[in-house]
Design a protein around this ligand. Structure first.
Ligand SMILES: Nc1nc2c(ncn2[C@@H]2O[C@H](COP(=O)(O)OP(=O)(O)O)[C@@H](O)[C@H]2O)c(=O)[nH]1
Ligand SMILES: [Mg+2]
Length: 447
């Protein structure tokens, strides 16, 4: 995984939170120290780190706790939200407008991955059904045209290059009448060893001629926090409106590069995570931080959980669970709640400390048609049976329920199996195996 070390460090600091007994300022301070250490190791700029930790601390100690969530959970939520903000906030991906062609131009220094990224983005949108062509305007490096031609051949995409022509504007003019055929045009340009007058001049000239809809700065993650200066320079002088951070797979400094670029006003739109065509991701801070912290989108989860069950319902359910009572009524409610929240396995991944819990696979994916059948079966049960499922566990009763509900014995057995598995899971939780999970479930309104 990209930024594995940073992810591990952040995960272990959050784990400390879920495992701690008290919530107090000391806990907040220790979390913040952990986060600072982790981010500094990922080459995030010191000032940015301090600003982030100040923001987290202030919110953790000042904000009023919303109903239905524990202080520790809220702290995790704050960390998540602030990290998302830190990396650029809500997703700011690239929006392809309907015009022919929509022009995306790559700029940046030598060896940062412009040509590779040109082909990756071409591939990305080809897969999404757009008609694509690539244009090679790197006229300085002798092998540049060949490199792009090779990539285009592998992708079976048209490519426009003019080997030997030393003027990128002329190359553009030569082919420009053909470009209106395509939905998207990916334009590769020449780099320099360093940011220079001649590079700015060339890009300015191209900007005028090409008038790109998106100018993306391609910058390697191993620059770490020094990416900031480069991003600023390009942003100010070359009309860069987005950044692609490449080589995220090969460095621990990616956090520094992304946060540095995010701070410049040119948001990160893609990240490169390897040398192959498919190693490109649209950059989405929420998903990225969620994965780093190993919990998916906690906020969405909490919001969803609130919609599903009222607090009273959740309380009833949890109390029952804790007492070890668990009958068909509860199973039914649980299945309905699961359906609304998406598969239980996904939910389990979203909750810190719960990821390791093993649940039977068929318990996790309950199909709609099955649920309909189960509804009919339960409707055929007596109230006594609903409250005391043990009464149903015999062959003749199973057969009668099947015929009474227009289902088969196998359907009834599946329902009983589901019930048993769910009950077992409840017992496990009751036994405290999940540590803080009980409370977490309770607060989330999950029965
Ligand atoms: N590991 C890895 N290598 C990359 C990535 N992007 C580009 N590269 C490699 O970086 C080198 C330079 O890339 P290139 O596209 O030629 O850079 P350009 O000079 O800016 O056009 C090549 O060897 C690429 O394979 C990436 O996301 N991950
Ligand atoms: Mg190149």
């Amino acid at each position: 995984m990209v930024l594995e070390k940073l992810g591990d460090a952040l995960k272990s600091s959050l784990k400390k939170i879920t495992q701690s007994v008290f919530f107090d300022e000391k806990l907040v301070n220790s979390l913040i120290k952990d986060i600072q250490r982790a981010l500094l190791k990922a080459d995030v700029n010191v000032e940015l780190v301090f600003k982030l930790s100040k923001d987290i601390k202030k919110r953790a100690l000042d904000e009023k706790l919303p109903k239905g969530i524990s202080q520790k959970e809220y702290l995790i939520k704050i960390v998540y939200e602030e990290l998302v903000k830190f990396l650029g906030g809500k997703k700011n991906g690239l929006e392809i407008k309907k015009k022919k062609p929509f022009k995306i131009m790559m700029v940046g220094l030598f060896g940062n991955g412009k040509t590779t990224t040109t082909s990756k983005i071409a591939n990305y949108y080809k897969k999404r059904g757009y008609s694509i062509a690539m244009v090679g305007l790197d006229v300085h490096r002798p092998a540049a045209a060949q490199q792009l031609m090779q990539l285009a051949e592998k992708l079976s995409l048209p490519v426009y290059v003019d080997v030997g022509n030393k003027d990128p504007v002329k190359v553009w003019n030569k082919f420009s009448s053909e470009f209106t055929k395509y939905d998207i045009l990916l334009i590769d340009t020449a780099g320099r060893d360093a940011f220079s007058e001649s590079l700015v001049k060339e890009i300015e000239k191209l900007n005028k001629k090409v008038s790109p809809d998106e100018t993306l700065l391609v910058i390697s993650a191993d620059m770490g926090q020094t990416a900031k200066r480069q991003a600023e320079q390009f942003h100010e002088s070359c009309g860069v409106n987005g950044v692609v951070v490449t080589k995220m797979d090969g460095t621990a400094k990616g956090g520094g590069a992304i946060s540095a670029c995010s701070a410049t006003g040119a948001p990160v739109k893609f990240i490169g995570v390897g040398e192959n065509f498919d190693d490109l991701e649209e950059f989405n801070p929420e998903g990225f931080v969620g994965r780093l912290l190993g919990m998916g989108d906690l906020e969405a989860l909490l919001e969803k959980a609130k919609e599903i069950m009222s607090e009273d319902q959740a309380k009833d359910m949890t109390e029952k669970m804790m007492k070890g009572d668990f009958n068909f009524f509860d199973l039914f409610e649980q299945i309905n709640a699961m359906k609304k929240m998406g598969s239980l396995s996904k939910i389990v991944d979203m909750i810190p400390g719960m990821g390791g819990m093993k649940l039977p696979k068929d318990m996790l994916d309950v199909q709609e048609d099955k649920i309909q059948k189960w509804k009919h079966i339960m409707a055929s049960m007596t109230k006594k049976e609903l409250e005391n499922p043990d009464l149903v566990f015999n062959k003749s009763r199973i057969e009668r329920l099947a015929s009474g509900s227009g289902t088969t014995s196998s359907d009834v057995r599946q329902l009983l199996k589901q019930y048993r598995q769910a009950k077992k899971m409840m017992k496990k939780m009751k036994g405290g195996k999940g540590g803080d999970m009980k409370k977490m479930m309770k607060n989330m309104g999950m029965g």
